[in-house]
Every structure is written in C-alpha cells, then in structure tokens.
Design a protein around this ligand. Structure first.
Ligand SMILES: Cc1cc2nc3c(=O)[nH]c(=O)nc-3n(C[C@H](O)[C@H](O)[C@H](O)COP(=O)(O)OP(=O)(O)OC[C@H]3O[C@@H](n4cnc5c(N)ncnc54)[C@H](O)[C@@H]3O)c2cc1C
Length: 467
C-alpha cells in the first residue's frame, strides 16, 4: 500500500466511518476531490452503528422491487410528525423525505443490494428496504466503492483534536500509531456519530441510572468530535436527554449486542418491575409504533430493570432474543428464578387475569382483548397468563443513539452560534440527526438521515474545495 501523504492538504476530510461518512466520501470523490476517511475504530469494527442496521426508510412510488407500496412523501411526513410530536425542523424534514426517493438508486449505483420486500409481523414491507447481507454487507459495498474511487481510508485513528478558527476548519489531529498526526483539509465532513457510548456524558443528564444502560451499538461513538465542535462555537441542536432507546435483554453485553438482543415479547404478556408491579399499558399500540418507548420506561423503574412475563400460548409468536427465556412450571417458581418476590408476582398475575375480558385475540391488529378496571390497563392483546410453562425475560434500557447534535442548514452545512453558516464545515448522520428527530423515532430513518445528509455534505464540501 503506498504511503499516505499527510503533508498535502486533502480536499475533503471525513471524520467517521459509517453510512453517513461513506455517502459523503463517495459523493465528494465522484466530484473529483481528494478525500480521506478517518475511522477511529480498528478495521474489523469499522462502520460504527451502521454495522448493526438492516434497513432504510424511503418514500417511493411503488415500482421498486424491494418494497411493497407506494409510500408517498406526505404519508412519510405524517409518520414523522406523529412520532416526533411535531418536534422536527420542517424544512429539513421535508428535504430528508424528498431526497429519500433517490436513495435506492444511489445505493444500487454503489453496489449495495437489497432483499425482496419483508413479510411477517414488523409491518415494514411498504416503507423500508432491507439490505442484502445486513448493514455490514451494505458497508462493505460502500467501502469497496470508496476505495475504487481513490478515497484514502485510515483505521484505528481517533480524532483527538480539531483546529478551527472562526468557524473555519483547518485540520484534524488524529492519534495514529502512538503519534498525533495533523490532517489538513479544505473542507470538513463530521460524521462521527452521537455520544451514546460515553456513559459519563449520559450521566450528566440521567444521573447514576445511566450506569445501568446497555449500549446497543459501537463503543467508539463517544461524542468526542461532537464535543470539539460544540466547544468551537458550532450551534447545538436537540434535547440531550432524547435518544432512541429500546428495551433489550438484560443479559446483553454492555456494548455492541446489536439487533439479536432486542425483545419483542412485551405485547404478548405483562411487564413488571423489580417489585413485581406492572407500570405501563403493554398493549397500547402495535409494536413497531411503540417498541421505542420501552427503553425510557424501563429506565424510569427502580434499578432500571423490568421483566417480560408470558405463558406457553405466546412463546412462539415473536422474534426471540439470542438468550433463552427463563422457564418455570408456575408463576411462583418463575418469580424465584427471576429473583422477584413470588407472592407479589402471583398477586400481580392474578389481578391481571381477573381483569382480562373475553375477546378474539389477533396480534396482527388492534384487537378487542383488553382489561377492565385495572391500572394501568392493557388495551389490546390481553390474554390470561394461565398456561404453563411460564416464561420470563429480564430487560434493561438499550440505548441506540443520542439526539444532541450540531445544527445544520439545507446544504448540511454547520451553523455557528449566532446563526451564521460555517465556511467549510458540514455534518451528516447521528451527529446532526437531532435536526430532524426532536424526539421519538421512525424505524429506518437513521440510515435515511445519514445517506441524505451524507450526500448533501459530500456535495457541499466538494464544491467548497473546488472553488
Ligand atoms: C442495533 C442497532 C440496529 C439499528 N438498526 C437500524 C436500521 O435497521 N435502520 C436504521 O435506519 N437505523 C438503524 N440503527 C441506527 C443506525 O445505526 C444509525 O442511525 C446510523 O448507523 C448512523 O450512521 P452514522 O454514519 O451517523 O454513524 P455510525 O455508523 O455509528 O458511524 C460513526 C462512526 O464514527 C466513528 N467515530 C466515532 N468517534 C470518532 C473519533 N473520535 N474519530 C474518528 N472516528 C470516530 C465510529 O467509529 C463510527 O465508524 C440501528 C442502530 C443499532 C445500534
């Protein structure tokens, strides 16, 4: 491999090595720029949270072979407004959705392949295209393409400093083979993720409870680049406590457990806390619309732990986690195995069973099976827990990514405190997702934001570098 010339400034310096970074790098390289991708992780772990993804959401007219459809831009926008409760930048939200229509063709041109539309219970076949080979397969295609276009990629090279003067990027300082190496560039694209893997930073907002959070993705997204940008007077966006958080198997590793630790059993039974008490309506709405609230709900419980309790009727109705369910012949025995108070769990289950009203169970829609006179209620899919064996899963908050980020405009150009646009600094992906996601989440939109703003940032950086 030829030695890398770090003395000559690059046209575009891209920080990060996931979807947003690669979409930027490819776009800038296609515009004729000399581009470097600076990835903090070792090569095996390249691509941050993007490695764990399975799909991206896009608006389309129904002719794409990868989705059923159509999925109109208005419908996508309605979905986004609903989950964010209107807390989104309207201009950037509309831009995201408009440019999402180009993504399947763009990805296809870079060699990314998709599966046929998804069937089954997730209800995503119309809205989301699934990568063949998952996020890692998709990333491998993007890296191959970037390298073929002449992009320089360096691994194991965390950015430890940024040299910025009056909102203008001059160089990034990278730790490489024990030395600090400055990398100069005419333009910057920051695509180095959120701060979800930085427990100390999370603790500033969540207190000690953050010690019990599990981080679903890469340990490398510690927010170092985000912090440096905010310290250099880039305008912040987003509520620091807002993040995408789901309930995951409590036996998952602290970092990088990925999708295999997610548990979709909640709607089929009851959820109880450490004191064996129910705390929220498990049947409020269909799972894709509600799964992302459970991370926050579990975070609010004592010791940040909860337990999903189901019986033999439901054990085959959901995608299990990679860890086996804890099984017992009775509710009392299950409580002992889960280290819960048996009398308390037996009473909670008995009260729940007594409140269940007869109905026709149908997990594919909002059915009429509900409880009566119970607080909190279970509004749908309420069936008595009466068929042994009984099963339990321990659950903890699983943080996917944080929403505090840098403010950008329609060119994906960073805005400085006071509102002026930076001369040569752009951002894409998680590090600016809070512009679009004020709160809530829509499955697949993380990759949409990364690809749409990655392309915009690459284009903006390239046009600055060539002028
Ligand atoms: C388990 C899981 C499943 C998911 N599934 C989906 C899905 O199916 N669809 C979807 O849309 N979204 C999904 N997401 C969210 C999605 O992963 C993110 O929205 C998306 O990957 C963000 O892309 P990005 O390029 O901004 O960040 P990342 O892909 O996380 O890339 C950030 C990069 O920055 C690097 N980095 C960090 N700090 C530094 C530093 N100091 N110096 C240099 N490099 C640094 C990291 O190593 C990493 O390569 C999922 C997330 C998880 C955790």
């Amino acid at each position: 491999m030829p030695a890398i010339d770090f003395h000559e400034p690059f046209d575009v310096v891209v920080l990060g090595g996931g979807n947003a970074a690669l979409c930027s790098a490819i776009t800038a390289a296609r515009a004729g720029c000399r581009v470097i991708v600076v990835e903090g992780a070792p090569q095996f772990y390249r691509g941050g949270n993007t490695r764990h993804t399975r799909n991206l959401r896009c608006s389309h007219d129904g002719t794409a072979p990868t989705m059923t459809g159509p999925y109109a831009q208005d419908e996508f926008l309605d979905d986004l407004y609903r989950v964010t409760c209107g807390q989104t930048d309207k201009v950037l939200a509309e831009l995201t959705i408009k440019r999402s229509t180009e993504l399947i063709d763009f990805m296809d041109e870079q060699g990314v392949r998709f599966q046929p539309p998804l069937g089954g219970t997730l209800s995503l076949g119309k809205t989301n295209a699934f990568f063949l080979g998952g996020g890692r397969g998709m990333l491998n295609s993007l890296y191959r393409r970037a390298e073929a276009l002449g992009v320089t990629v360096i691994y194991d090279s965390p950015v430890v400093g940024l040299n910025i003067a009056d909102g203008f990027f001059i160089s990034a300082v990278v730790k490489r083979e024990g030395r600090q190496v400055p990398i100069r560039g005419k333009a910057l694209v920051a695509a180095a993720g959120g701060f979800e893997a930085n427990i100390e930073w999370l603790k500033q907002y969540w207190g000690a409870t953050a010690d019990n959070f599990l981080i679903r993705g890469t340990p490398y997204n510690r927010g170092d680049v985000l912090r440096m940008l905010l310290d250099a007077d880039v305008m912040a966006v987003g509520d620091p406590t807002q993040c995408h958080a789901v309930a995951i198997d409590a036996r998952a590793p602290k970092f990088d457990g990925g999708i295999a630790t997610r548990l979709d059993s909640v709607v089929f039974g009851i959820m109880v806390n450490r004191d064996a008490q129910r705390f929220y309506d498990e049947g409020e709405d269909t799972w894709p619309k509600r799964y992302a609230i459970w991370g926050r709900l579990v975070a609010q419980q004592p010791d940040q732990i909860a337990y999903s309790i189901i019986d033999a009727k439901s054990i085959r109705m959901f995608m299990p986690s990679i860890f086996p369910a804890i099984e017992a012949a009775s509710i009392g025995e299950l409580a002992v195995k889960l280290k819960l108070d048996p009398a308390a769990l037996e009473k909670t289950v008995a009260d729940f069973n007594a409140a269940v009203r007869p109905g026709t169970f149908d997990h594919t829609q909002l059915d009429g099976c509900c409880t009566e006179g119970l607080t909190p209620p279970k509004s749908h899919w309420a069936r008595k827990l009466d068929t042994a064996p009984y099963y339990g899963y321990p659950l903890r908050p699983g943080i996917t990514f944080t929403y505090l980020g840098v403010r950008v405009n329609e060119e994906s150009r960073m805005l400085l405190k006071g509102g002026a646009p930076s001369g040569n600094m752009f951002a894409a992906g998680e590090i600016m997702a809070g512009n679009v996601l004020g709160k809530g989440y829509l499955a697949g939109i993380g990759m949409t934001i990364g690809a749409v703003f990655g392309r915009l940032a690459g284009q903006g950086a390239a046009s600055h570098a060539s002028n």
